[in-house]
Design a binder for this molecule. Sequence first.
Ligand SMILES: O=C(O)CCC(=O)C(=O)O
Length: 333
Amino acid sequence: MHDDPQLGMDRSIESQTGNAAITSLVKPIAHLQADCLTKNVFYQNYQKPGIPVLISGLVHLDQNWSLDYLCEWLGAIEFPVRHYGRQRYEQDKRTWSDIGSGVEVKNMPFCEYATLLKSGVAHEQDLYLGKCSIEHTPLAKVATFDQIKMHLGLKRSITAWNLWVGLGGHITCLHYDSFDGTLLQLQGSKRLILFPPSQLYNLYPFPISVHLKNGLNLRSAYSQIYPDKPDFHQFPKLMQAFQHRYEVILNPGDVLYIPAGWMHEVIALGNEMVCSVNRFWSIQPFVRALFCWSKWRSHLGSVLTAPYVLKNLFTAMRNGDRQQTLGQLLQKL
Ligand SMILES: O=C(O)CCC(=O)C(=O)O
């Protein structure tokens, strides 16, 4: 199974490390128009070997997915908004105690979040509405994202469609998922940096033992490095990973297929609201799932959360706030 395709013209980038500039290549992701992509071509060339592909023209967005439009549909519905805080990006990630869905969240109606986006508070505090299911919202009725499932012949979804809303400048840090994903851009643009599964250990993922101490707050699926400001002294194996660095820009209507195990960092571009939806799918064919070490590694990490989860539940039961603790745990899953 090859997971590092030569898909087009490479571009070189320079990174500064101490006094030396390191030149490495950036590889483009394959980019196809939906009408050139049959189910069979998608399966044989991308899904079966587990190779990302950018597809344009698959979804026709007949409205502007502006903040006002989202407010019309979601206004009073409460969502957990993640509070990342800007200062964390100045720190060494090895000092972090939470990441991704493990960070502190505040539940608020969508319209309140929209006000924070407009006032600049969301930018100052790096607030992000990440991976929120739209299944039980009115948006599920208007959104016709299932064209993606039909066109690509995807089977067995693991999640419903999830909403991601934030401001340009927000970064979803380098991580991999245990399932295949389809990310559809609705408003604004995103830049993604990707690395194939073969580079997992050259990207310094948090060890799975972090789950013993931090439960689901810190995730072993995340990398400890910053791909846009790499520190080759602290993380020397990164030089090898950078020979396998891919980049792609997602614009409204574009769909990116991200196979399980591919590390990806997602950077929202511009200064305005940026919005996408994604959905996770079981890995097909089964043989790719079987040999997807990243997936097994994540499952092992989840098993290691057990002592932390039990300890917290036990404490919550003693303090009488079992329901709140259970709710918080479920939100992190
Ligand atoms: O859009 C984002 O911020 C993150 C999306 C993502 O990580 C994914 O689709 O797998």
